[in-house]
Design a protein around this ligand. Structure first.
Ligand code: ASP
Length: 337
């Protein structure tokens, strides 16, 4: 049977070309992608497209679109060998991380890509990103949610947007690339998650809790401001961005505010502000105080992964103990043990 790939265009720079009448960038009809990128015809695979209506700059993406995307893939799952999602780069790491948690028992590739320069512009990076993402999705070697950008295939929930300037927009600071594209595409097999054998049925969980916050601490943070942020009514979870290996002030106003928040039933997770490395709350007194206050370690998760995992697990309404254990252990390869 002919291999088929589903290409889903959500929006973002990649799908733009210059409108000759106005001179400004506007999205083009992805149904016509073959005429924009004629190389796609050489693949010998069927490429079908779905375009979000309206297409969305990724700064406007919300969990509503994550759910729509997850459901689109679920509804088409049996008909395609893999999926390529074209998405703006600004929040791609959030959407791709969220999907990695929402798609349970995934056995097919879901490859996110985009570009820094629109595909209709001569120096675009979108053409190569798109062609290789399709090749990787069709090959079926990586049954994971990934981001492909400038020759590197990265595990989605390990990825951060690193530069707004250069073509290598994404990095995976705590986990090696799953593949690198040179003359050939070389898969880094030992680091790729294996699909279950025999495959378990795909389950898509769309309950996402949005009553959450990311709170980044900084020198000079005032007690009343910190308390106001933590004290929001209805809050269910916080990703606390701390210093270094998970350290924070030991001042009693700070520790008390965190402890009282945990006692109110809010889940507080500790993630480092550093781009690379891990939280270890046992290392310094400044970390231990958070541990004693009931804070859960986010270990080496990216902020994007920690936040979307928290939203996903809170949505699943697990008992507190199980929720904290799941937050702290890898469920989709997002943590190094
Ligand atoms: N603002 C755009 C977006 O994220 C930038 C891009 O596509 O890279 O949708």
């Amino acid at each position: 049977m002919e291999r088929a790939i589903l290409l889903i265009y959500t929006g973002g720079t990649i799908g733009m070309k210059t409108n000759p009448e106005t001179g400004s960038l506007a999205p083009f009809d992805f149904g016509q992608i073959g005429s924009e990128v004629p190389e796609l015809r050489k693949f010998g695979i069927r490429i079908e497209t779905i375009t979000f209506d309206p297409v969305i700059d990724s700064s406007n993406i919300s969990p509503k679109e994550w759910v729509r995307l997850a459901e689109t893939i679920r509804d088409n799952y049996e008909s395609y060998a893999g999926f390529v999602v074209l998405h703006g780069t600004d929040t791609m790491a959030y959407t791709a991380s969220a999907l990695s948690f929402m798609m349970e028992n995934l056995a097919k590739p879901i490859i996110f890509t985009g570009s820094q320069i629109p595909i209709g512009v001569l120096r675009t990076d979108g053409r190569e990103n798109l062609i290789s993402a399709i090749e990787i999705a069709a090959a079926g070697e990586v049954p994971e949610v990934c981001i492909y950008f400038q020759n590197s295939l990265l595990r989605a929930n390990r990825t951060i947007k690193y530069t707004a300037e250069h073509f290598n927009a994404f990095r995976s600071p705590n986990y090696p690339p799953l593949a690198e594209a040179g003359i050939t595409i070389k898969y880094n097999t030992p680091y790729i998650k294996k699909a279950d054998c025999p495959p378990l049925p795909l389950h898509v969980d769309t309950a996402i809790e949005t009553r959450v916050a990311v709170v980044r601490i900084f020198p000079g943070l005032r007690p009343e401001i910190f308390r106001a942020m933590l004290g929001v009514e209805g809050l269910r979870g916080i990703v606390l961005e701390t210093y270094g290996a998970g350290n924070a002030p030991t001042d009693s106003w700070f520790v008390d505010a965190v402890r009282e928040t945990v006692e109110r039933g809010v889940v507080v997770m500790n993630v480092t502000q550093c781009a690379a490395g891990s939280v270890d709350m046992e290392l310094y007194d400044t970390g231990r105080a958070l541990l004693r206050a009931g804070v859960v370690s986010g270990r080496d998760m990216t902020v994007e992964a920690a936040l979307t995992k928290l939203m996903y697990l809170l949505g699943a309404r697990l008992p507190k103990e199980l929720l904290e254990r799941c937050l702290n252990t890898p469920i989709r390869g997002e943590i190094t043990l």
